[in-house]
Design a protein around this ligand. Structure first.
Ligand SMILES: [Zn+2]
Length: 150
């Protein structure tokens, strides 16, 4: 696997390495990546994090609806991750800025962490475009702020 951006000077955390790698994929692949590239991306996630996180992320990509909401006026963006296992209209998980998720796992792990952490939802929103799983909705800013109060 050739990942030239991993050599960027001064980059020491795995989240930044993944974001740099995915930016390169987005440039080379355009929208949805080819199947072989998707496998390479999952291998990269396994390499940078843990195989269980890669598996959990793949599960989110397979079974959840990922929506990027863009504020019509502000152009701010948030991501909503609605699991297919959510019963009866349960609220989706809200991801902000690519570094915060409203899920319990993120809350618990980030309390103890000294660096950036990613839950399976934050990983999945990063991979969603390359996997053809990202739905983009433009919404009024009022609706965007309402989502953020979930
Ligand atoms: Zn989460």
């Amino acid at each position: 696997m050739v990942v030239p951006l991993l050599c960027r000077q001064g980059v020491t955390d795995n989240v930044t390495l993944l974001d740099d790698y995915l930016a390169e994929v987005a440039i080379s692949e355009g929208g949805e990546a080819a199947p072989q590239k998707k496998e390479e991306i999952l291998r990269m996630v396994t390499f940078l994090f843990q195989s269980t996180q890669a598996d959990n992320c793949a599960d989110v990509l397979d079974h959840s609806r990922i929506v990027e909401c863009v504020g019509r006026q502000s152009r701010r963006r948030i991501w909503l991750v609605q699991s297919s296992s959510h019963k009866g209209g349960a609220s989706p998980y809200v991801c902000l800025g690519g570094h915060y998720c409203s899920c319990r796992n993120f809350q618990e792990v980030s309390k103890k962490a000294t660096s950036l952490v990613l839950c399976k939802h934050l990983l999945a929103i990063r991979l969603a475009q390359a996997f053809g799983k990202l739905c983009v909705n433009e919404v009024d800013d009022g609706q965007l702020y309402a989502y953020m109060r979930i």
